[in-house]
Design a protein around this ligand. Structure first.
Ligand code: CO
Ligand code: CO
Ligand code: CO
Length: 313
């Protein structure tokens, strides 16, 4: 697609498209929806909405309006379940300071839910995958392991604490994290979702034509994730992600197998991975804490290169 106003299209695997409307305003467009990952419909609605809104935050933007995307089998499931899903969704849209303006539903065997979100951003403040610079520090704003814990929940092996922690992180908006990174002027950002930390980090590395060094020992983790991973409670998507990354990700043999699994674990409504100049990283961490972001950790750095990742213990 060629249009001088299209600031971000499909080329760099970014979180959303960005289209310049005026010199001061660009429109962010994105959509996301998926099948239930938790039993509680109200919780599912919140998670799906937080996940959809996140792509606007990952571009440094502010959501303004959202549309529901709904697939539901009214003959198989009671409509009150759909009401609960939508109630969870609208709550997150309001928390984001946006408005819900409509949507579309189809009769489908398996329920699915998500949002199409429109956001705005200053054209000069768009955070893409393509501007990470050698020397930058990488900051992650949520703990990893939602896929592994969901797998443990399905196997009825997850502790209530682990399940509760995963839920509370999945419904947490990336709003405060995005505001902080825009305020300090971070170079690049993406959110961590289905392709896992490595998949999304690789998009950033390739988009910016740099290499990344990830320190596995610094990664924030949800409770009991390593335990479940070592029991083999790893979702199939993690293996797909590993295959997709292939030779571009090189992991030191000193990184334990269960931690390697976490690197590729598909995340739902994960945190932001922010690339920020080294002299600004302390300001960013302070601001994140001030704004109530409970986890923010320097997990690596950007090196000169051409789109590869090295993971060290
Ligand atoms: Co994204
Ligand atoms: Co997305
Ligand atoms: Co981005």
């Amino acid at each position: 697609m060629r249009d001088p106003n299209l600031l971000v299209g499909v080329e760099t695997s970014d979180d959303a498209a960005v289209y310049k409307l005026t010199d001061d305003i660009a429109l962010i467009l994105t959509l996301d929806f998926f099948t239930p990952i938790v039993d509680d419909p109200y919780m599912f609605g919140q998670i799906a909405a937080a996940n959809s809104l996140s792509d606007v935050y990952a571009m440094g933007g502010r959501p303004i309006a959202a549309l529901n995307i709904v697939c539901f089998p009214p003959k198989k499931l009671h409509l009150s379940i759909l009401e609960e899903i939508l109630r969870g969704g609208v709550e997150k849209v309001l928390e984001a300071g946006a408005v819900l303006v409509g949507g579309h539903s189809v009769d489908d065997m398996e329920p699915k839910y998500g949002l199409s979100v429109a956001g705005i951003v200053h054209p000069q403040q768009v955070k893409t995958n393509s501007n990470a610079r050698p020397g930058d520090k990488l900051v992650l704003t949520k703990p990893l392991g939602t896929g592994i814990i969901a797998t443990a929940v399905k196997a009825e092996m997850a502790s209530p604490e682990a399940e509760k922690a995963a839920m509370s992180w999945m419904v947490t908006l990336n709003r405060a994290a995005a505001e902080a990174m825009v305020e300090v002027g971070a170079h690049a950002c993406t959110d961590i979702t289905g392709f896992g930390l490595m998949g999304h980090a690789l998009e950033l590395a390739r988009g910016s034509r740099v290499d990344l060094l990830i320190r596995a020992g610094n990664l924030p983790l949800l409770p009991e994730v390593l335990e479940y991973a070592s029991m083999g409670l790893v979702p199939g998507g993690a293996y797909n992600n590993r295959r997709f990354c292939g030779e571009a990700v090189e992991i030191d043999s000193g990184v334990p197998q269960e931690l390697q699994d976490v690197l590729f674990d598909p995340q739902t409504s994960g945190g932001l991975l922010i690339s920020v100049a080294p002299e600004k990283v302390e300001d960013l961490l302070c601001l994140l804490e001030e704004k109530g972001v409970r986890v923010a950790r320097v997990v690596g750095e950007v090196l000169p290169g051409e789109g590869r990742i090295r993971v060290v213990p």
